[in-house]
Design a protein around this ligand. Structure first.
Ligand code: NAP
Ligand code: MG
Length: 500
């Protein structure tokens, strides 16, 4: 065969740079904060593939925590509505679970792609409803949510490879899911994608303050032609969550939220035969050793606690710093948080947005005051806060002792508690001295120390020389009072099936 001629290089004439006026720039590549979030004035329940008014006809407002203005009215479900949702999910289960995995996968791929198509709209809606900076919704929440649907779409027809050694697997049936307000769309994706990939049907309750992106996702489920009843959303506050988890038709419960509510659910479901997974609170230690690359560590500590206003279950809320570098790390941290931009979450330059609710703001204030009374030293940069809305300055509490409440309790806000240590053993002992065990961070130049720490730390995730890294393929979940079960990866799938 004659050798193929080498590809000829063509020299194209350089294209003239397009002349863009400011107006063109917006239409050519709209800034995310200018995208229309396409909110409805009123959102009904999503049951059996339809939006339907709640039986009671009652709605509650969802506000924008950045300015306290009402964004939309959300349906308040009563227990009759929850019954209707479970009835729909029960009817949908036989056909959905018998569908070939590749067909279920197609729906998941469709959902992922539709979410990508509407990414900017979802990012704006998420930021308006929850208060997180638009750059986080845009670069983290929405793309990660789509990534979870893509990842699980891939598993749907390969489940026999997910559970080597098992003779067969079966979905549980109808899964009742309850999620918190800190990552509304992402937690929804963490819950829906594995449940659907494995052939379960779902009744899910979003958190009261952040239901909008779930209901917008219902629009996508309709567009994707997902069979009616496979996914149902019931909205409202804690009582609706309790009605979901206590429902007799729920074969499995998946809950993400506080340890306090997790314990209630565990008590209520004891003896019911329901499978249960709990993703609960945390009080992670972010540990900086003397040999760490200090500037990189300081960035990691800032990201670890101030990401999403510190409303993060795995936030590095306890900084453990080795005595030899404690002073320099504290000085650098103070310098760094002086330049964090606190304010309107929809501004793409904002680093710290609004606190999700007045209730959460009050809780943060209360705990910080307790920290100071207990003897911690407070530092807050002198930044100006908007007059309306719920805001809290980035805060450092130094000189914290292990007995202080701010070292033990989850604050769930932009507040870093700093403790010191001398030896590796002391760092391990202090890091593990908590009722929680969700995550931890280690900053050091020594590989052997990273291995030792990741073995000794009782935490589901240990990050080394980085923090808050996520991947749908990596299982996430806690030790101790941070819960049980895993989300993500092959291990996350296992919680949605019965193995034979
Ligand atoms: P939460 O108060 O426990 O609420 C979580 C969800 O449960 C909400 O939808 C809530 O409804 C609902 N709920 C309240 N009472 C209930 C009950 N008795 N039965 C069933 N459901 C009930 O927690 P949150 O304040 O929303 O979220 C913050 C907590 O979540 C933090 O502790 C955080 O660490 C944890 N979290 C953990 C993870 C993880 O993966 N481990 C991830 C994110 C967050 P309403 O809010 O509508 O009242
Ligand atoms: Mg809201």
């Amino acid at each position: 065969m004659p050798a193929r001629p080498a590809a000829r290089r063509t020299t194209r004439p350089a294209r003239p740079a397009p002349e863009l006026s400011f107006g063109d720039l917006w239409t050519f590549d709209p800034a995310p904060e200018t995208a229309d979030p396409k909110l409805r004035q009123r959102y009904d329940l999503f049951i059996d593939g339809k939006f339907s008014a709640p039986v009671s006809g009652t709605y509650f407002p969802s506000i924008n925590p950045a300015n306290e203005k009402t964004l939309a009215q959300i349906a308040l479900a009563a227990s009759t509505d929850v019954d209707l949702a479970f009835a729909a999910a029960t009817r949908a289960f036989p056909a959905w679970s018998r569908l070939h995995g590749s067909e279920r996968g197609k729906y998941l791929y469709r959902i992922a792609r539709l979410l990508q198509d509407r990414a900017r709209e979802f990012a704006v809606a998420e930021t308006l409803d929850g208060g997180k900076p638009i750059k986080e919704s845009r670069d983290f929440d929405v793309p990660m949510a789509a990534a979870h649907f893509f990842y699980h779409a891939g598993w749907a027809d390969k489940l026999e490879y997910a559970f080597p050694g098992a003779r067969a697997w079966k979905p549980h049936g109808v899964v009742g899911q309850v999620i918190p307000w800190n990552f509304p769309l992402l937690m929804l994706a963490w819950k829906l994608a594995p449940a659907l990939a494995t052939g379960n049907t779902v009744v899910l309750k979003p958190a009261e303050t952040t239901s909008i992106t779930a209901l917008k996702l219902a629009e996508i489920l309709l567009e994707a032609d997902l069979p009616p009843g496979v996914v149902n959303f019931v909205t409202g506050a804690g009582e609706v969550g309790a009605a979901v988890v206590n429902h007799p038709a729920a074969a499995k419960i998946a809950f993400t939220g506080s340890t306090e509510v997790g314990k209630k659910i565990m008590r209520a479901s004891a003896g019911s035969g329901k499978k249960l997974t709990l993703e609960l609170g945390g009080k992670a230690a972010n540990i900086v050793f003397e040999d760490a690359p200090i500037d990189q560590a300081v960035e990691g500590v800032v990201n670890g606690i101030f990401f999403n206003q510190g409303h993060v279950c795995c936030a590095g809320s306890r900084l453990l710093v080795q005595e030899g570098v404690a002073e320099v790390v504290l000085a650098k941290l103070k310098n760094r948080i002086r330049v964090l931009r606190v304010g309107d979450p929809i501004d793409k330059n904002t680093d710290i947005g609004a606190i999700n609710s007045r209730e959460q703001l009050d809780k943060i204030r209360r705990l910080v005051n307790i920290g100071v009374k207990d003897g911690a030293e407070l530092y807050q940069p002198p930044c100006k806060l908007p007059e309306k809305g719920f805001y809290f300055r980035p805060t450092i509490l130094s000189g914290v002792q292990q007995s202080h409440r701010v070292a033990r309790e989850e604050i769930f806000g932009p507040v870093l508690s700093i403790l010191t240590f001398r030896t590796v053993e002391e760092a391990i002992e202090k890091a593990n001295n908590t009722a929680y065990g969700l995550s931890a961070g280690v900053w050091t130049d020594k590989g052997s120390r990273i291995l030792k720490m990741s073995t000794e730390l009782k935490a589901g995730v240990v990050w080394a020389n980085t923090y808050n890294r996520f991947d749908p393929a990596s299982p996430f979940g806690g030790y101790k009072e941070s819960g049980f079960g895993r989300e993500g990866g092959r291990h996350g799938l296992a919680d949605y099936v019965q193995l034979h």
